[in-house]
Ligand binder design. Sequence first.
Ligand SMILES: NC(=O)c1ccc[n+]([C@@H]2O[C@H](COP(=O)([O-])OP(=O)(O)OC[C@H]3O[C@@H](n4cnc5c(N)ncnc54)[C@H](O)[C@@H]3O)[C@@H](O)[C@H]2O)c1
Length: 291
Amino acid sequence: MREFKDKIAVVTGAASGIGRAIADRCVNEGMKVVLADIEEEALLRAEKQLKDMGAETLSVVTDISKEADIRALAQKTVQTFGAVHLLFNNAGVDAGTGCLLWENTVADWQWVINVNIWGILFATEIFVPIMLKQKTACHIVNTASIAGLLSGPGNGIYSASKHAVLSLSETLHQELRLIGSNVGVSVVCPGFVRTQIMDAERNRPTELSKQTGLGNLPPERQVINQLARKAVQNGILPEDVANQMFEGIKKGQLYIITEPKFKPAIRQHMENVLNESNPTPSQMQLVRNLL
Ligand SMILES: NC(=O)c1ccc[n+]([C@@H]2O[C@H](COP(=O)([O-])OP(=O)(O)OC[C@H]3O[C@@H](n4cnc5c(N)ncnc54)[C@H](O)[C@@H]3O)[C@@H](O)[C@H]2O)c1
């Protein structure tokens, strides 16, 4: 997809961080933007800011972990603007950074998988057929993470969920190419971005809130959480991610790795897999040094 002017974009997680920056970039490209987010107040604030810039927008309060909400989002988009060309499956959450796998609770797993994986699966099921019917150039960008390429201690659920996002994006890309379709796919793998991701707990549903592994984190593992928080605070800007996404979309690029500094660790990981070698302490240090 190369032409964006007057086309329709849908952005999930549009009220904050990377999603908010994507929405700005869409408006700057002359697109009409549908903003979807679970946080109503922040969503309405974002919509007002974009309308003040002269943008044509629609905001839809959406919990992406609910199929009915995604269906309503698609219906409202088509009713209002007549089509959808660019879909950013961007909303995502992180639970319990610092917990070891056996310390995370079932509720931690359910919440992250419901949002990070089911959210994208529902959107794939509902939006892809709409895009295929349109026959004009369309594109889907799924937000994974460097954690979708590297697994390290203290971030197991998030990492597993983002590995799934990477895998289903690769499959979707191949299937859409196989049928010679009009829909392109990208999967973006940011490292650390200055957003509110470390405060994702604010959006955890109450029925999954009672038991969180984070509540019982011993001090030595709170350090992992603090390191991740610091890395996010010192991370790249969300606008940078949005700009790289648009470059990737124009080139029809599947993988978008926003920070080249992670590539040596990814290369080492891939070599370990091919050589059937175990991850080494120095490799873990390499990942830790990036925090
Ligand atoms: N910030 C980072 O360092 C980083 C790194 C790699 C990947 N990511 C990914 O980037 C994406 C965007 O996150 P961010 O960093 O901008 O964080 P953020 O918390 O600033 O923004 C996430 C947005 O998603 C919304 N959201 C949460 N749950 C939702 C749900 N169930 N339905 C709809 N909206 C929901 C939140 O309200 C928020 O507006 C996520 O998928 C995240 O995993 C972030």
